[in-house]
Design a protein around this ligand. Structure first.
Ligand code: COA
Length: 331
């Protein structure tokens, strides 16, 4: 039995934050951000909005798109690196807000690869567990945990808030659609290359006033290292997942990469030799929305009539951990 994406939905907050807005808070410029990353603007939530709120809004859009009632959702997977609280899991908050008591709720923490890991998990649960409408959400509120001083400019300019959701269901029409293959990886030896160092449960207390003074509560990244890893491992994993079904890059109709940096996606496209017109990029409008980015890009491709029934699509990502992976599907 195959699983497929029965419905797709997204939600981004209405507040647009331009590069010029950020330049008022820190020593940066529209030119620097555009040149290095391609980002023009991103969305930020208003005070009082959590990742679960964005996730619920995207869920409602996905359920409507799938033509199901919320009550038909029978499993919830939430991918986020910006959970509402340290515990319990944000999927539980979302489940309560959606009014789905009793439905299993699972958080996964694979950062920018969260949507690819989550789709893989959802597919397995459809195949092995008999679930009929698995809700997969990627939701992020980054704007409440970034260092908006010049000290944090290398990271703060990259990220935006948003959510994407998919309803994953068994395919019952006998067609060739659905999720075909996946390839997942992780290498925890590089965990410290992109993480929040100040949050350390091996210490008592796990975060000190000195940490906060030093800005260690904010994400830190070795940008060049992450960039190099992405442009090496993402092409590799795309080839790996395509090989599983005997496909090649030439067979692809659409590549939907994680949106971390437009330059990364351009370099990946060049390396694998795909026509840039087949690569979906919307980081220009949303920045890096981590676990939400692939769903936002996929939804954009569909809205722009770039995604058609039967198309061979590859999703691919690398993120903190490091985690990376790719998944192919026929739309
Ligand atoms: N505005 C202006 N200048 C900035 C800046 C900003 N927002 N951020 C950093 N700089 C400065 C640095 O301080 C440095 O100055 P110096 O030369 O005087 O020391 C200079 O720009 C170059 O910094 P560097 O970090 O080497 O830039 P870069 O070319 O590597 O680009 C990134 C930085 C973050 C855009 C790039 O490394 C990147 O995209 N990495 C991958 C990020 C990623 O994918 N993250 C998510 C993974 S899922």
């Amino acid at each position: 039995m195959r699983a497929y994406i029965k419905g797709l939905g997204t939600f981004v907050p209405s507040r647009v934050v331009t590069n010029a807005d950020l330049a008022e808070k820190m020593d940066t410029s529209d030119e620097w951000i555009r040149q290095r990353t391609g980002i023009v603007e991103r969305r930020y939530v208003e005070e009082g909005t959590a990742s679960s709120d964005l996730g619920c809004a995207a869920t409602k859009a996905a359920a409507e798109d799938a033509g199901i009632a919320l009550e038909e959702i029978d499993f919830i997977i939430l991918a986020t690196l910006s959970p509402d609280r340290f515990f319990p899991g944000t999927a539980c908050y979302m489940q309560a807000k959606l009014g789905l008591p009793g439905v299993p709720a699972l958080d996964i923490r694979q950062q920018c690869t969260g949507f690819v890991y989550g789709l893989t998990l959802a597919e397995s649960l459809v195949r092995s567990g008999g679930y009929r409408n698995i809700l997969l959400v990627g939701a992020e509120v980054h704007s409440h945990s970034l260092d908006f001083t010049t000290r944090g400019r290398d990271v703060a300019v990259l990220f935006g808030d948003g959510a994407g959701a998919a309803i994953v269901s068994p395919l019952e029409d006998g067609s060739e659609r659905g999720i075909l293959a996946h390839a997942l990886h992780a290498d925890g030896r590089f965990a410290e290359k992109l993480c929040i160092h100040g949050w350390d449960i091996s210490r008592d207390p796990y975060m000190t006033a000195e940490d906060i003074e030093a800005g260690e509560q904010y994400p830190k990244m070795e940008g060049r290292y992450v960039f190099k890893e992405a442009v090496t491992r993402v092409p590799q994993v795309i080839h790996e997942v395509l090989a599983k079904t005997g496909h090649s890059v030439a067979d692809l109709d659409l590549l939907v990469p994680h949106q971390a940096n437009l330059r990364i996606n351009e370099a990946v496209a060049k390396q694998i030799g795909i026509d840039p017109a087949k690569v979906v990029n919307n980081i220009q409008r949303f920045g890096n929305t981590t676990a939400a980015s692939i769903a936002l890009a996929l939804a954009d491709a569909r809205a722009q009539d770039r995604l058609h029934p039967g198309d061979l699509v590859c999703l691919a990502a690398l993120g903190s951990g490091f985690t990376w992976g790719a998944l192919t599907l026929r739309w």
